[in-house]
Design a protein around this ligand. Structure first.
Ligand code: ATR
Length: 290
C-alpha cells in the first residue's frame, strides 16, 4: 500500500515540503505520497484525526498550527517542549502521537555542514530576533552546540527576555544573554556566527538595519530566510568577505528527520541525504516563483 504523509498549514500552497519529500521518495524508490493539506485553525484537530483514519503516517506542521500541534501530542520530545511548538507529528501504531520540533536540529545540522564540526564550540553567537523562529534556533544552538555564549538581540528586549526565561526552564545551564539591536556592535565584535531569525529582509519586508562593519572579521553570517535566497543581510556580509549560509540549508535539514520518521521502514532507519542536487531542485523552484 502507498505510504502517505503530508504538510498541514493555512495557507499551504507555497510550502516547499512536497518538493523535498518528493525528491527523496524518487531518490530512494519508495512507494509513497506526500500531500499538501490546507486546514483553517478551527479545523486543525479534526483534520489530524481524519488524516490518521485515512492511514497517514504523520504530518509536518507549518504556520499557524505549530503551537496547536504541540498541544496535541502525547509523546513530546525535548526540542518541542522547550520551544512550545511542533513541526512534526508522527502517528504511532499504538494510537499515540509523537511530537517533535526538527527546526532546532535543522539549523544546527545546516551550520555543521557549512562550518564543519566543532566550529562553534566555545565560541560566541549572536541570534537576531525573538519570535517563533528564534525559539527553535536558540534551542538548537544551545542543546546541540557548545557555544560559550548566545546573545539574543531583539527590537523589543522584553521578548528576548521571555524567550530566555522559557528556555532556562528546560535548559537550566543555558548560557544566554539578551539585548536590543543597539547592543549589536558589542555583541558582534567577538562573535563566530550571527544568525538572523527576524522576518526583516524577507521578500516584501524592509531589510535589517545593522552595520556589519562591527562584526568580527572571521564571523559567518546565517539567514534562515530563503525567500529571497540572498537576503540584503547575506549580500552585505558576502561583500565584506564573511562566509554566508542561506536558509535553504535549514529547510533541507529540518525535513530530513521527518522523512526518516514517515518512511522509517522503507529507509531501514536511515536519514535521507541532503545533496547539492536537492538544493538545485529547490533553487529552481524558488527562481520559478520570481
Ligand atoms: P516568526 O514566527 O517568523 O519568528 P514573529 O513571531 O512575528 O515571526 O517574530 C518576528 C521577529 O522579527 C521578531 O523578533 C521581530 O522583532 P519584535 O519582537 O521586536 O517585533 C522581528 N522583526 C520583524 N521586523 C523587524 C525589523 N524591521 N527589524 C528588526 N526586527 C524585526
Amino acid at each position: 500500500m502507498t505510504a502517505k504523509a503530508g504538510v498541514i498549514g493555512w495557507p499551504v500552497e507555497h510550502s516547499l515540503s512536497p518538493l523535498l519529500h518528493g525528491h527523496w521518495l524518487d531518490a530512494y524508490g519508495i512507494d509513497g505520497r506526500y500531500e499538501k493539506i490546507a486546514a483553517a485553525p478551527e479545523a486543525f484537530a479534526a483534520t489530524i484525526r481524519d488524516l490518521r483514519q485515512r492511514g497517514f503516517r504523520g504530518v509536518n506542521v507549518t504556520v499557524p498550527h505549530k503551537e496547536a500541534a504541540f498541544a496535541l501530542g502525547e509523546t513530546v520530545n525535548q526540542a518541542a517542549r522547550s520551544t512550545g511548538a511542533a513541526n512534526l507529528l508522527v502517528f504511532k501504531p499504538d494510537g499515540g502521537i509523537g511530537v517533535d520540533n526538527t527546526d532546532a536540529t535543522g539549523l544546527f545540522d545546516s551550520l555543521q555542514q557549512e562550518l564543519g564540526p566543532l566550529a562553534l564550540d566555545g565560541k560566541n553567537i549572536v541570534l537576531l530576533g525573538a519570535g517563533g523562529a528564534a525559539r527553535g534556533a536558540a534551542f538548537g544552538l544551545q542543546a546541540f552546540g557548545h557555544a560559550a555564549r548566545i546573545t539574543i538581540l531583539n527590537r523589543h528586549k522584553a521578548r528576548a527576555d521571555q524567550l530566555v526565561a522559557h528556555m532556562r526552564a528546560h535548559l537550566p545551564d543555558a548560557n544566554f544573554t539578551t539585548g536590543t539591536l543597539e547592543d549589536w556592535p558589542a555583541a558582534a565584535a567577538d562573535a563566530r556566527l550571527a544568525v538572523n531569525t527576524t522576518s526583516a529582509g524577507m521578500k516584501g519586508n524592509p531589510p535589517l538595519d545593522l552595520d556589519l562593519g562591527a562584526l568580527n572579521k572571521s564571523a559567518a553570517v546565517c539567514d534562515i530566510v530563503y525567500s529571497p535566497l540572498e537576503t540584503p543581510l547575506l549580500k552585505d556580509a558576502k561583500a565584506r568577505g564573511h562566509q554566508t549560509i542561506d536558509g535553504l540549508g535549514m529547510l533541507m535539514h529540518q525535513a530530513a528527520p521527518s522523512f526518516q520518521a514517515f518512511f522509517f521502514a522503507e529507509m531501514q532507519g536511515r536519514m535521507p541525504e541532503v545533496t547539492p542536487r536537492l538544493r538545485q531542485t529547490l533553487v529552481k523552484a524558488l527562481q520559478a516563483r520570481d
